[in-house]
Design a protein around this ligand. Sequence first.
Ligand code: TRP
Length: 336
Amino acid sequence: MTNSTILTGITTTGTPHLGNYVGAIRPAIEASKDATAKPFYFLADYHALIKCSDPEKVRQSSLEIAATWLALGLDTKNATFYRQSDIPEIMELTWMLTCVTAKGLMNRAHAYKASVAENEANANTDPDKGITMGLFSYPILMAADMLIFNANKVPVGKDQIQHIEMARDIASRFNHIYGEHFALPKAITNDNAATLLGLDGRKMSKSYNNTIPLFAPEKKLKKLINKIKTNSLEPGEPKDPTDCTLFSTYQAFATESEVEAIRQQYANGIAWGEMKKILFEKINTHITPARERYDALMQDPKHIEMQLQEGAEKARTISAPFLLKLRQAVGIQKII
Ligand code: TRP
């Protein structure tokens, strides 16, 4: 198997924020334009059920994430953009993989272990309290996401590397029993992609509640940028750009020479209020055209749905025949 298929999933919980954009979405959209890559990007809506049992939230998040990717110019001719739940073969493969996955392998998954550790820290008598089979088996669903399209390059955050390794284990086991059906996926972590800091100076993350929504309306964007934490140095006092949230955020949106000019202004003692104004202008100018497309798309959900349907159709030309082959390989087939 010498293909080079890039694939990544986005769990449909929450609203995309600037950190998601800079760290994952922007590089993925760039890659979508590379005709030699043919990437697969999908809304991981069945993954959302692991963390979220509010149907309205899952629905709304799927819509917002799809609109976001389309508004940012995802090349849907080159990339295959679909919703996981539109590809029934993924769920079917999940069961086949479940039957070759060692329980001990799942016992070692970080997400599961962290939940157990939390229960133990809280002196719960049951270490598995509140842990669903969804959370426990989630690496198997993720393996099916990748293996159904024989993905071999999977761009992810560092927290996901273990899951890709587990997928390799599971795929090897299946190949060993039933013959060489799967390519082994490899995690690609982009060390050049910036990690944005949030309003409080920690990593920008939904779980810290310190995010700036990517398409926040102009006024809201300004308000949030004004909330970014700084130290108490006065205007005129020289400032250090290292470990400064305003500076590193600016860096994620500006050219090198613009960054150098701001570095000089820090040395000259720029006021924090002034820097916040500059940062707002920079981000707002960058985001405005996409925000306008986003707002228009959100008014036209039919168009979004159509794009997803087209993507699913394209994806299923691969997944449907492949699953038939896999069914045969395991002995699930018509008698004659
Ligand atoms: N679990 C991933 C995350 O939380 C999302 C995801 C689901 C994914 N399936 C995938 C990523 C397959 C890469 C490949 O970020």
